[in-house]
Structure formats: structure tokens, C-alpha cells
Design a protein around this ligand. Structure first.
Ligand code: NAD
Length: 259
């Protein structure tokens, strides 16, 4: 990864932060993005750079805004000369039945979880093709492969990301650029902690019980997928072992999709 530049959207928290760390540990230049407290983000950026001895920059693009996404990619290219690896990871969740789903929540979720990967891919592809090498890793979800109640926008967006992955893979199959999606099952990040709290409230149970119920319902291994395992999967997709792998999904879900 030395000399390669990796842009990870939504890397101020959870899976994205761990992916950025995984690539930094392998020597890559890192471009961070995401929301959060400015001082905390700067602390994280400086710590990542110091720990791994790699250049790390941060860009605060709002991933629901196409112009800011374009600026994010151009800034990364301006700073490092290239975006070699794009990880489309930023995402949000909102749970409600279809009839009660607030329209503005639908629009925002689709913009961040589905349209942003399109805009970032659109901006990064020309440079990758010019250089004859690129990797696009979309963080989809099991929700990109199957449905679940109260998650219409999320499931629709993640199915869309899996579709976008296929088309990106096909359109660039002979260019040296690959595009694949990772589909994690449950991963214990802030995005899921909120869902565990909601479940505990709904069922009148403890957080421990709600965590157990959440896993036992859908993830046969009974264990969360870890962010380190996902970083390993992303590194694999960017390695030469995956040179002839494109337009497909890699599922890390403790057996969920085998049910
Ligand atoms: P998280 O809440 O910990 O992190 C989400 C990241 O996205 C944060 O850095 C946040 O700042 C950023 N983000 C959100 N809205 C943004 C916006 N408008 N502009 C820029 N950045 C924005 O969640 P996570 O669990 O790490 O989720 C990361 C990805 O993994 C998401 O796409 C999510 O759908 C997917 N995923 C998560 C799980 C899970 O169980 N946690 C499972 C499958 C897929």
C-alpha cells in the first residue's frame, strides 16, 4: 500500500475509522472524511499519522452534497496526485414503517447511502482509468441482499449499492479498476448501538438482553463481525489476490445469508 492513496468516506467513526487505520498500517496515504467535533477529528487525524508514519488529511464534505463530494475527490488528488482506492463507507440508518417514514428522512438516507457512492465513483474513476489501476470498495450490507422490516430506505439504498457495484465492475472490467462490495452483518458501532437501545426500550429488556436477541435473531454465529475483520476484507479486495474479482459482494455476517 506504500505510495497508494486511500479515500475512506465516513471515516470519523466505526467501520470507516477502522478501515482507514487498516490501510494506514500498510503504509497508504489516507484521506479521512466524516462528521463530528472538529477538535476530536483533528486529534484522530494527527494520531493516525503519527502512529503509522503516513500522511493523513481530512476533508469535511457532507456526503449528501454532490459538489462537496467532487471537491473531496479533487482535494485528495490535488494533495497526493491520485485517489488509487476509494472506499464508499459513509452511511446512516433510520427505522420506521413505510407509511410513517418521514419523506425528508428517506431523501437524506438515499442521498448519503446511495447517491454519494455514485458521485464519488463518478469523480474518482477518470483518474483511476488514466493510471490503469484503481480499487473501489463499497460498504453495502446484508440489507443489500435481503429485506428487513422498518428499514425501507436503508434496504433500498443498500440494494442500490450492490447494483451500482455490479455496473461499476462491468463498465470498467478491462481497465485495471475493480469494484466490489462488502456486506457486513451486525457490527457493533454507534449505528447499531442506537438500534440495540431502541430494541431494549421496545421490549423492556436490558441492553445485554437486547444485544443477545439482536444477534440470535439473525446472525447464527452469535457474534458481531468486528471492524478489524472488515479492514482485512477491504485490504484483501485491494490486493493482487483480488485482481480478477469485480462486480461482486463479500459477505461477513456469521452465516446470516445462509439461513
Ligand atoms: P457509524 O455511525 O459509526 O459511522 C458512519 C460514518 O459516516 C461516520 O463517520 C459519520 O460521520 C459518517 N457520515 C454520516 N453522514 C454523513 C454525511 N452526511 N457526510 C459525511 N459523513 C457522514 O456507522 P458504521 O456502522 O461504521 O457504518 C459505516 C457503514 O457501514 C455504513 O454505510 C453502514 O450502512 C454500513 N454497515 C454497518 C453495519 C453495522 O452493523 N454497523 C452493518 C452493515 C453495513
Amino acid at each position: 500500500m506504500k505510495g497508494k492513496t486511500v479515500l475512506v468516506t465516513g471515516s470519523t467513526s466505526g467501520i470507516g475509522a477502522a478501515l482507514a487505520e487498516g490501510f494506514a498500517a500498510e503504509g497508504a496515504n489516507i484521506v479521512l472524511n466524516g462528521l463530528g467535533d472538529a477538535a476530536e477529528i483533528e486529534k484522530g487525524r494527527a494520531a493516525l499519522a503519527a502512529e503509522h508514519g503516513v500522511p493523513v488529511i481530512y476533508h469535511g464534505a457532507d456526503m449528501s452534497n454532490p459538489d462537496e463530494i467532487e471537491d473531496l475527490v479533487r482535494t485528495a488528488e490535488g494533495q497526493f496526485g491520485a485517489v488509487d482506492i476509494l472506499v464508499n463507507n459513509a452511511g446512516v440508518q433510520y427505522t420506521e414503517t413505510i407509511e410513517a417514514f418521514p419523506v425528508e428522512r428517506w431523501d437524506a438516507l438515499i442521498a448519503i447511502n446511495l447517491s454519494a457512492p455514485f458521485h464519488a465513483t463518478r469523480a474518482a474513476l477518470p483518474g483511476m482509468k488514466r493510471r490503469g489501476w484503481g480499487r473501489i470498495v463499497n460498504i453495502a450490507s446484508n440489507a443489500g441482499l435481503g429485506g428487513s422490516v422498518r428499514k425501507s430506505a436503508y434496504v433500498a439504498a443498500k440494494h442500490g449499492v450492490v447494483g451500482l457495484t455490479k455496473v461499476t465492475g462491468l463498465e470498467n472490467a478491462r481497465s485495471g479498476v475493480t469494484c466490489n462490495a462488502i456486506c457486513p452483518g451486525w457490527v457493533k458501532t454507534p449505528l447499531v448501538e442506537v438500534q440495540i437501545e431502541d430494541r431494549a426500550k421496545r421490549d423492556g429488556t436490558s441492553i445485554e438482553q437486547a444485544t443477545y436477541d439482536l444477534l440470535i435473531d439473525q446472525q447464527p454465529s452469535g457474534r458481531f463481525t468486528t471492524v478489524e475483520q472488515l479492514a482485512g476484507a477491504a485490504l484483501f479486495l485491494c490486493s493482487s489476490a483480488a485482481d480478477n474479482m469485480t462486480g461482486t459482494t463479500l459477505t461477513l455476517d456469521g452465516g446470516w445469508m445462509a439461513i
